[in-house]
Design a protein around this ligand. Structure first.
Ligand SMILES: Cc1ncc(C[n+]2csc(CCOP(=O)(O)OP(=O)(O)O)c2C)c(N)n1
Ligand SMILES: [Mg+2]
Length: 331
């Protein structure tokens, strides 16, 4: 991945930059804490961290309006935090406790919030993509101008159901933005080894769905691209593809020894393209904030994350009666 092009005086306010800084930092510190709790045996099962990819979801959310929907894969903690779900409820779900979003019965990959229009959290690769088109269909049917953001990975982009979805989404001109989070790897397989065409943003061409590649490590670039895509959808012009060029710093999941890439590769991205560092430089360089201001934000975020971790340890395990609830929908 090429180093970031120098950003010329971006047209963005101090408050916006501070908000993006805070939101990305919350995701990173939350994920670091989740990694620690996993190491301590407090989180079981699978746990896929989002560290490195923060600018994607924060930039997309900056272009959303109330009522817009989002749906994603199992790498979902960042998406939940960015759309305003409570860090305590997310962390308690990770530890399998009653105070979690799915009452401790779903875990990392299965959380939802109707209030925040977050539709999961899906463990089957690509499964959320047709569901995302379905959400967009519902909005079109109801005649409102809401948009659904359907996220999936570079690995998922090679699945058959993605193309069935592209066909119907284009045919029905659905208000859906397909966000491909191209973090270069699908488990231990690099995009170069698994994909006949690495330009994933062109994958809708056969269906007449336009797309573009975006520097997914630059929150401002992500926001600008998302605003364009969303305006197009709201105007009834149908689906759009945004391929976010991003990178995950940690393994695929907590149990990944990451033998398929070198430490230098990861280190280089951290040094040259880190999304949080980028905004930090814009804040300091533009004299919008001092080192002290940023330290105070860091402290504030750590307190939120520590509070979530404490809650996730203190909340009780779900009672045995819960084995029999939430199985069938009640009319
Ligand atoms: C249908 C299906 N096949 C295989 C798997 C196993 N699996 C889990 S994640 C994954 C890789 C997906 O990679 P990508 O779409 O790039 O997303 P990322 O993990 O990088 O966010 C695979 C093969 C699965 N969960 N579901
Ligand atoms: Mg991937």
């Amino acid at each position: 991945m090429a180093a970031r092009k120098a950003t010329k005086k971006p047209n963005v306010s101090k408050d916006e930059l501070l908000a993006y800084y805070r939101e990305m930092l919350l995701i990173r510190r939350f994920e670091e804490k989740a990694g620690q709790l996993y190491g301590m045996g407090l989180i079981g099962g699978f746990c896929h961290l989002y560290i490195g990819q923060e600018a994607v979801v924060v930039g997309i959310e900056a272009a959303c309006e109330e009522g817009d929907k989002r749906i994603t894969s199992y790498r979902d903690h960042g998406h939940m935090l960015a759309c305003g779900m409570d860090p305590k409820g997310v962390m308690a779900e990770l530890t399998g406790r009653e105070g979690g979003y799915s009452k401790g019965k779903g875990g990392s990959m299965h959380m939802f919030s109707k209030e925040k229009h977050f539709y999961g959290g899906h463990g089957i690769v690509g499964a959320q993509v047709p569901l995302g088109a379905g959400l967009a269909f519902a909005d079109k049917y109801l005649g409102n101008d809401r948009v659904t953001f359907t996220y999936f990975g570079d690995g998922a982009a090679n699945q058959g159901q993605i193309y069935e979805t592209f066909n119907m989404a284009a045919l029905w001109q659905l208000p859906v933005v397909f966000v491909i989070e191209n973090n270069q790897y699908a488990m231990g397989t690099s995009l170069q080894r698994a994909s006949s065409t690495p330009e994933l943003y062109t994958r809708g061409a056969a269906f007449g769905i336009p797309g573009e590649a975006v520097d997914g490590m630059d929150v401002l670039a992500v926001k600008a691209a998302a605003e364009k895509a969303v305006a197009r959808c709201r105007a009834g012009k149908g689906p759009y593809i945004l391929e976010m060029k991003t990178y995950r710093y940690r393994g695929h999941s907590m149990s990944d020894p990451a033998k398929y890439r070198t430490r230098d590769e990861v280190q280089k991205v951290r040094e040259e393209r880190d999304a949080i560092e980028h905004v930090r430089e814009l804040l300091l360089g533009g004299k919008h904030a001092s080192e002290e201001d940023l330290k105070a934000i860091d402290k504030e975020i750590k307190a939120i994350v520590n509070e979530a971790a404490e809650f996730s340890k203190e909340s009780p395990e779900p009672s045995l009666d819960e084995l029999y609830t939430d199985i069938y929908a009640s009319a």
